[in-house]
Design a protein around this ligand. Structure first.
Ligand SMILES: CC(C)(COP(=O)(O)OP(=O)(O)OC[C@H]1O[C@@H](n2cnc3c(N)ncnc32)[C@H](O)[C@@H]1OP(=O)(O)O)[C@@H](O)C(=O)NCCC(=O)NCCS
Length: 143
């Protein structure tokens, strides 16, 4: 079982390094972007051995996944599932009644993961991503 560590501002560089390998070039977030996200009220995150991480935010009774990434060499080993399960528990404990997120329509890996957790489609943002693909808005009831 991988150890999950709570993300701190000092992790910004390693988060950017994982993100750069997991996402296409035009969707990458650098260390400055990570630091900015980590400074926002309600943001929290978990990192798994510098091989995967998740960032989320709780605002009032709703929570949102900001990003989730696993190194390609470590995918399909349950890392994202561990990160997501722990994040859902934290968000629920913080008072969130629902978890929301956006996922690119062609991203079948992420959509497969979210389907396993019971997320359902509640909206669509047309041409949301740099490659022109739509974002699907997914929601999971936490109550
Ligand atoms: C999406 C991502 C986070 C999944 O991470 P992971 O650690 O491989 O996920 P898990 O091993 O926990 O997978 C859990 C389940 O999700 C589904 N899943 C994961 N990857 C999949 C794929 N490539 N194709 C289809 N289903 C997939 C499967 O049901 C899987 O269970 P199984 O392996 O027993 O079949 C990872 O592929 C990634 O970082 N991708 C690039 C960045 C990204 O797209 N992030 C999400 C943005 S919203």
């Amino acid at each position: 079982m991988t150890i999950l560590t709570q993300i701190a501002p000092a992790h910004a560089q390693v988060l950017a390094a994982i993100h750069a390998v997991a996402f296409p070039p035009d969707e990458r977030w650098d260390a400055a972007a990570m630091a900015e996200l980590l400074a926002m009220p309600g943001t929290f995150g978990l990192i798994a051995d510098a091989e995967g991480f998740i960032l989320a935010r709780v605002a009032a009774d709703e929570a949102e996944i900001l990003t989730l990434a696993v190194l390609p060499a470590r995918t399909r080993q349950g890392l994202a599932s561990q990160l997501l399960a722990a994040t859902l528990r934290i968000a629920k404990a913080a008072g969130a009644a629902a978890m929301l997120l956006e996922v690119a329509e062609p991203n079948l890996a992420a959509r497969g993961l979210y389907a396993v957790f019971g997320f359902g489609e509640v909206g669509r943002r047309r041409r949301y991503y740099a490659d022109g693909s739509d974002a699907l808005v997914l929601r999971l009831d936490l109550s």
